[in-house]
Design a protein around this ligand. Structure first.
Ligand code: SF4
Length: 472
């Protein structure tokens, strides 16, 4: 796709909250398609072994791209009340050693099927809090990975950092281990909001760490913000936005808080009456959007902004943006190995997920089995729909001829019903439906998930939408 992308950023003027509320509702974030709730327990360790062996054959035939690896570190020292992650709250740091032992066993089982020293171009440590591990433990884990996989010279090695758990010298230790990308969990700088979500960290400490990360040569620095948190007001969030712009991280991720206390127990500590109401959420989103765009950030897609020289912004301009379990990515269609409790992977046309609890995870490994508990083999229909949904999420448009050529079908004819169901979005000015393409308008970027949901066959098959966060 070489022509300049149309409608690459959302409108700075927000759609009316009446229109937004009409389509507001839960929806998937489409870090995969089908979404993880469609994975089935019939996908077991035997199936994953076969899939890994198929990757091995493709790799030996020179037909596999370098791998991506995700490692899940589930531990956190204290609970953030908004948390929806798979984590274990503990102050007992001795829990790290048996977990690292288990990861070693899992790596060995994976390599046994995949073959040793497969090239890796992307590694991400997520959690939980990866920096719950001390410097020696991170060095141990990196040593295991480097003895089992071959990292390409330009590999992206990224880690999520809880600013409360690191010092400048710990940042230097991460850099020495080869990490070249770092993501700081910030969420909000306001004291009252921080107390309401039980995550207190000063602006000064985050500023200091970002400064140190820059001096150490981390190639890309990301910071996460969340709007819709308890005690947040448009005025308080405006101050947080200004402070964030001042810090100038290369990337900013702006997430909407999804209050689902029935599903996520920590959220029961958040009082409904402390949450901003719908029009306040909309105005916070609008302020953030305007604040970042006017400060020189480019809009990448749902939730994400980057400075023009950042690789994500370059990939967006060149039409090479991808989407995977970590969000937007610059890497071409890599197979992803998920390691650790609850980690999700994608190999060829299969997705899989590891056991979600530590006892289950350890037990599988003690039996010498890969700890996978569910997954799905993607069928041809899913592959086409994944292409359509990712085209919307990454580029804001579907070119019928491109998709048709890739899959050998006539998009207009095969997806006639779906295209008809876009009519309300067209009427509201969110989508343009033309002879050759579907295009998301600048206003439509605010509701791009809802547009993508039109092409999701599984939602129509009775998958519960209630388990997903709000689309706006
Ligand atoms: S939000 Fe992050 S740091 Fe906080 S409890 Fe959840 S996983 Fe841990």
């Amino acid at each position: 796709m070489s022509e300049p992308l149309l409608h690459a950023e959302p409108n700075r003027a927000l759609p009316s909250d009446v229109v937004l509320r009409r389509i507001e509702g839960p929806g998937p974030r489409y870090t995969s398609y089908p979404t993880a709730d469609r994975f089935s327990e019939s996908f077991d360790s035997g199936r994953l072994e076969a899939v890994l062996e198929a990757h091995r054959s493709a790799s030996e035939a020179g037909a596999a791209a370098p791998l991506s690896i995700y490692v899940h570190i589930p531990f956190c020292e204290s609970l953030c009340y908004y948390c929806a992650c798979n984590k274990i709250i503990t102050r007992h740091h001795d829990r790290a050693t048996p977990y690292l032992d288990a990861l070693d066993v899992e790596i060995a089982l994976v390599v046994d099927r995949l073959g040793a020293m497969r090239p890796v171009s992307q590694l991400h440590f997520g959690g939980g809090s990866p920096t719950f591990l001390n410097d020696d433990e991170i060095a141990r884990l990196m040593g295991s990975l480097r003895r089992s996989f071959r990292f390409t010279p330009d590999a992206e090695l990224s880690i999520e950092v809880d600013p409360r758990t690191v010092t400048p010298s710990r940042m230097a230790a991460l850099r020495a281990q080869g990490f070249n990308r770092v993501s700081f969990g910030v969420q909000d700088f306001d004291d009252e909001v921080q107390r309401a979500v039980h995550r207190v960290q000063s602006f000064e400490s985050v500023r200091g760490l970002i400064q140190v990360a820059r001096e150490l040569g981390f190639g890309s620095i990301n910071a996460d913000l969340i709007y819709g948190l308890p005690k947040q007001t448009p005025e308080s969030f405006e101050r947080t936005i200004a402070q964030m712009v001042d810090l100038r991280p290369d990337r900013i991720a702006l997430y909407a808080y999804a209050h689902l206390p029935e599903r996520f127990k920590p959220q029961r500590r958040i009082a409904q009456e402390d949450l901003p109401v719908a029009n306040e959420r909309v105005s916070m989103l609008g302020m953030a959007m305007a604040g970042f765009l006017e400060s020189g950030y480019e809009y990448i897609g749902m939730d994400h902004f980057a400075l023009p020289q950042d690789s994500l912004a370059i990939a967006k301009r060149e039409g090479k943006l991808q989407r995977n379990f970590q969000g937007y990515s610059t890497q071409p269609d890599c197979d992803l190995i998920g390691l650790g409790v609850s980690a999700i992977g994608r190999i060829r046309n299969s997705y899989y997920q590891n056991a979600k609890t530590l006892p289950e995870y350890h037990e599988a490994l003690q039996r010498g089995r890969l700890p996978v508990v569910r997954g799905v083999d993607v069928d041809r229909d899913d592959l086409v729909r994944r292409d359509l949904i990712m085209a919307l999420m990454c580029h804001g448009r579907i070119e019928f001829a491109d998709v048709g050529r890739r899959h050998g079908l006539d998009v207009r004819q095969v997806f006639k019903n779906e295209l008809e169901r876009l009519a309300p979005f067209v009427a509201d000015g969110f989508v343009e439906l033309e002879e050759d393409a579907v295009r998301v308008t600048p206003m439509g970027w605010y509701v791009v998930r809802a547009v993508a949901m039109v092409f999701d066959r599984h939602l129509g098959e009775g998958a519960s939408r209630e388990r997903f966060s709000k689309v706006v």
